[in-house]
Design a protein around this ligand. Structure first.
Ligand code: CA
Length: 228
């Protein structure tokens, strides 16, 4: 049974989440503030945490940082905040994904399943996967080779580095800042135009219809996601 810690101070939403999660065989624990959340996260070791960012005693970002100091448990953020800046702060602090309120229960459950699946399938971890295959292209991470059908695709080192980060986090939103820091370094962490240029090049090389990408998805204002 998957154990989920729900951190939310709105009792109505907690009730709705509990009913829906229990109906799908999740074992639900709840915390209505940040300090209870940190205590339960440490004591009960949940399989996944659903976390509201607006809590009565502290900012949800602080809860993420506190949990991340000792655990890699997937954290799915619930945010009523509409600015992408808050979501990016949450992701950069170590959250795995987010759902914006109001959300549909189906959407939440789908994200929850994706987050726990990523955790549960060690074969999908970056260290173990050596070849990633889609209907359009295949990527050999060890040989650093990309093929489309029967022909090799040539990538520049920068294109390769970007692609490698995205495909080793399948289904996961990687923020612009994370990509810029890893590929170009701290001096360039604001140069989002680099990302636009290089992502466009990658799509031209890998996507059947580069203007309507199927695999290399833009999350406007936030980052990019590889959809396997
Ligand atoms: Ca709240």
């Amino acid at each position: 049974m998957t154990r989920v810690l729900v951190v939310e101070d709105d009792p109505q939403l907690v009730r709705a989440l509990k009913i829906n999660l229990q109906a799908r065989k999740f074992d639900v624990e709840e915390a209505s503030d940040g300090s209870t959340a940190l205590r339960l996260a440490a004591a009960r070791k949940p399989d996944v945490i659903v976390l509201d960012l607006g809590l009565p005693d502290m900012d949800g970002i602080e809860v993420i940082k506190g949990v991340r100091s000792s655990s890699k448990v997937p954290i799915l953020v619930l945010s009523a905040r509409h600015t992408s800046e808050d979501k990016i702060r949450a992701l950069d602090a170590g959250a795995d994904d987010y759902v914006t309120k109001p959300f549909s229960m189906d959407e939440l459950l789908a994200r929850l399943r994706a987050a726990t699946r990523r955790q549960a399938e060690p074969a999908q971890r970056a260290d173990d996967v050596t070849v990633i295959t889609t209907d359009e292209f295949s990527i050999d991470l060890l040989a650093k080779k990309v093929r489309r059908g029967d022909r090799a695709v040539r990538l520049t080192p920068t294109e390769w580095h970007l692609l490698e980060i995205l495909v080793t986090h399948p289904g996961h939103l990687v923020t612009q800042r994370q990509l810029l820091l890893e590929v170009w370094g701290p001096t360039y962490s604001e140069n989002t135009n680099y990302l636009r240029v290089y992502m466009a090049q990658l799509r031209r090389k890998l996507e059947a219809d580069p203007s309507h990408p199927r695999y290399l998805i833009t999350e406007p204002g936030m980052g990019y996601r590889f959809e396997p």
